[in-house]
Design a protein around this ligand. Structure first.
Ligand SMILES: O=P(O)(O)OC[C@H]1O[C@](O)(COP(=O)(O)O)[C@@H](O)[C@@H]1O
Ligand SMILES: [Mg+2]
Ligand SMILES: [Mg+2]
Length: 341
């Protein structure tokens, strides 16, 4: 083996090894976080395998209707939720779970309780499930002081207090992107090994991007700053080329592209949805956490997204996130509007 090949071989880093390495940096760590993460990873692998079979859904029982035996089949988003709830509870490391699919938070039975709260969107991009376009799972993790004395307040914390956040994208490959608060790392599932391999170490989002990403179908209802910013993306007055529009309609996929290529992703407020569409706890916060950790910015139209203090578990917020300089521009449009008021 030549030197280059040898270097590649020794560089091979699995997600499991990466997390264990991180653990050794914290002398007080007893491995609870590693165990929690291994259960999240198991959930992702399970959902990935189900998503890969989604085109065969009506044949194998994932279609959401009744099968030939008269048994009810589970829709992929319902199935994903059940998988993550089971994986998280059985880890023995969680106390409160908030899922997009469940109206109420789940308080884990005291016999199985641990110190972590997990907020998650088990299957994001639901409108893309049936046509095979990339979808994903988003998660954020908080830690409580006393697992025997918990309340909903423990998850109604600002995003900046998250211990870790990540997403898994089920696309042309299965990619898990994770931050434990010291940078962002991306792993790709090797399906034959069943292991996530570190393929994107220490991701840094480009300072400025060439892409804007938004549902332009809502343009007639946008507020002034959003409309002016998008106009500037299309018709820049400073001689720079117009930005390209890319919008998949799966937050995970749109944010993944933004993280790797740069640019800005937005789901702004509009007249019909004054709080936007995306949910604070398990969409806005984890993605804002990752974007900031990669050197970008996340802004709600009023404040830094991670400073927001949620009052309800399914609360929504407008969001603009991505390359530092691009988000700086939308912030300037909002500041200018505030100045006129
Ligand atoms: O279709 P719209 O209004 O553009 O909304 C797209 C957004 O809605 C979402 O699909 C909402 O997530 P869910 O599929 O988990 O409900 C995001 O992934 C995406 O960014
Ligand atoms: Mg979602
Ligand atoms: Mg969802």
């Amino acid at each position: 083996m030549n030197h280059e090949a040898e270097a590649h071989r020794t560089d091979l880093m699995t997600l499991t090894r990466h997390v264990l390495n991180e653990q050794t940096k914290h002398a007080e760590s007893r491995g609870d976080f590693s165990i929690l993460l291994s259960h999240i990873v198991l959930g992702c692998k399970f959902v990935c395998s189900s998503v890969n079979k989604a085109g065969l859904a009506h044949l194998i029982g994932l279609a959401g209707d009744t099968n030939v035996q008269g048994e009810e089949q589970k829709k992929l988003d319902v199935l994903s939720n059940e998988v993550f709830i089971k994986a998280l509870v059985s880890s023995g490391r969680t106390c409160i779970l908030v899922s997009e699919e469940d109206e109420e938070a789940t308080f884990v039975d005291p016999s199985l309780r641990g110190k972590y709260c997990v907020v998650f969107d088990p299957l994001d991009g639901s409108s893309n499930i049936d046509c095979g376009v990339s979808i994903g799972t988003i998660f954020g993790i908080y830690v409580v002081k006393d697992k025997d004395n918990i309340s909903l307040e423990d998850v109604l914390q600002p995003g900046k207090d998250m211990l870790a956040a990540g997403y898994c994208m089920y696309g042309s490959s299965c990619n898990l992107v994770l931050s434990t608060g010291s940078g962002v790392n991306g792993f790709t599932l090797d399906p034959s090994l069943g292991e996530f391999i570190l393929t994107h170490p220490d991701i840094k989002i480009p300072k400025r991007g060439k892409v804007y990403s938004v549902n332009e179908g809502n343009a007639k209802n946008w507020d002034g700053p959003t409309a002016k910013f998008v106009e500037k993306c299309k018709y820049p007055q400073d001689g720079s080329p117009p930005k390209s529009l890319r919008y998949i309609g799966s937050m995970v996929a749109d944010v993944h592209r933004t993280l790797l290529y740069g640019g800005i992703f937005m789901y702004p407020a509009d007249k019909k949805s004054p709080n936007g569409k995306l949910r604070v706890l398990y969409e806005v916060f984890p993605m804002s956490f990752l974007i900031e950790q990669a050197g970008g910015q996340a802004f709600t139209g009023k404040q830094r997204a991670l400073d927001l203090v949620p009052t309800k578990i399914h609360q929504r917020s407008p969001i603009f996130l991505g390359s530092y300089d691009d988000v700086e521009e939308i912030k300037a449009f909002y500041a200018a509007e505030d100045g006129q008021a």
